[in-house]
Design a protein around this ligand. Structure first.
Ligand code: PLP
Length: 383
């Protein structure tokens, strides 16, 4: 059975060239990058080259990029350290952020008595910028705004320029969880009013267990992990050289082929929309994911006209046919509370129907889409 992988927002297939490169680094560059001998120096050279590649793409200084273990760690570092080191007393975020932000914000509210406010999210999954402006206006406490660029469940996009300008007007720090958009969107950080962005290699065909954070050079944060002086004192622990090199190659490759990949994946998404709309006319799209002006090109979230009783069999049926997609987001599977994102935007009756997230990559094709839609419509039409 040929398996079909439409769960690229959960994680992506690692590029074969990345695996090859990482194997070479593990075999030939095993020196500790903090050692001063030649083995150590050759590892150090690779790390600093990777830092340079990433900073160059974003038009920032290499010293503004720090390597971490994942997107979650990067988000934690920014939020916790901003409260501890930058005098942040209030965080404004939204109810549709990833748990890597939402649960840290809740932790800070409970433990550090930070004032937390949630900006309005429209029924289409877009952030209400007027509300953000108003909430920022309500008090003059030192504030950090944390809003994600691409929503990992429904694909809705944030306008980073608009939000950055609003934050600047109110003298607030701006952190954007860009985990879903690194490698898919270009960022000229020298032109945006943004203080922190984060990335995770496994979302752009790199290895798991490696990420990075961009921290504006004007801001000084202290580490969460305390120990050695790695990452210029911001993150202790011997650097994962092979992972950093793998992330660099996946990063460079994504940006070198960004237009080609974007056009290819967008064409898949549009094809999926056209096919599924004609095969399952009663289906609904969640949020604004079918409007490519306001949502990313790789994510579609659909609400299916399936009764509650039958919906328990849906995922089982797809899995049996070798099809991987996601109900809500992968990070929540096993939880019975449902998706916090869909809970924020759907009506009660739509929440009772099953919703599926399909997320595409350069490794997918149209014949896979045909197969998935046939399986879905056969399931819906069966008794
Ligand atoms: N933020 C967003 C928007 C994500 O989609 C994810 C992963 O699903 C994360 C953060 C966490 O990233 P990581 O898996 O690298 O910890």
């Amino acid at each position: 059975m040929n398996k079909i992988y439409f769960d690229n927002a959960a994680t992506t297939q690692i590029d074969p060239s990345v695996i090859e490169l990482m194997n070479g680094v593990m075999s030939n560059h095993y020196g500790n990058p903090n050692s001063t001998h030649s083995f150590g120096r050759s590892s150090r050279t690779l790390i600093e080259k990777a830092r340079k590649s990433i900073s160059k793409e974003f038009n920032v200084l290499p010293a503004e990029i720090f390597f971490t273990s994942c997107g979650t760690e990067s988000d934690n570092l920014v939020l916790i350290s901003a409260v501890r080191d930058l005098g942040v007393k209030r965080i404004i975020t939204s109810k549709i952020e990833h748990k890597a932000v939402l649960n840290v914000v809740k932790f800070l509210e409970l433990n550090d008595r930070i004032n937390v406010e949630y900006v309005k999210v429209k029924a289409n999954g877009l952030i209400d910028y007027d509300d953000l402006d108003q909430v920022l206006n309500t008090n003059k406490q030192k504030t950090l705004v944390s809003l994600m660029h691409v929503n990992n469940e429904i694909g809705s996009l944030l306008d980073l320029t608009t939000v950055g300008d609003i934050c600047k007007k109110h003298d607030a720090f701006f952190h954007s969880d860009t985990v879903q958009s690194i490698g898919k969107y270009k960022f000229d950080l020298s032109k945006l009013n943004i203080d922190f962005i984060v990335g995770s290699a496994h979302k752009f065909h790199g290895p798991k267990g490696i990420g990075f954070v961009y921290i504006n050079k004007k801001l000084k944060l202290n580490p969460l992990l305390i120990g050695g002086n790695q990452e210029r004192g911001l993150r202790a622990g011997t650097e994962s050289v092979h992972n950093i090199c793998g992330m660099e190659l996946a990063f460079i490759d994504s940006y070198n082929s960004i237009e080609k990949n974007k056009n290819y994946i967008l064409d898949l998404k549009n094809y999926f929309i056209e096919k599924i709309t004609s095969s399952i006319p009663l289906l609904k799209f969640n949020g604004i994911c079918e409007d490519n002006n306001y949502s990313t090109y790789s994510i579609l979230n659909v609400c299916l006209p399936v009764s509650k009783d039958k919906s328990v069999l849906l995922e089982f049926n797809l899995d049996l046919k070798g099809i991987a997609c996601s109900r809500g987001s992968a990070c929540q599977s096993g939880s019975n509370t449902g998706s916090h994102v869909l809970n924020s935007i759907l009506t009660k009756s739509d929440l009772e129907k099953p919703s599926l997230r399909f997320s595409f990559s350069k490794y997918n094709n149209k014949s896979e889409i045909d197969k998935v839609i046939k399986v879905l419509s056969d399931f819906i039409n069966s008794n």
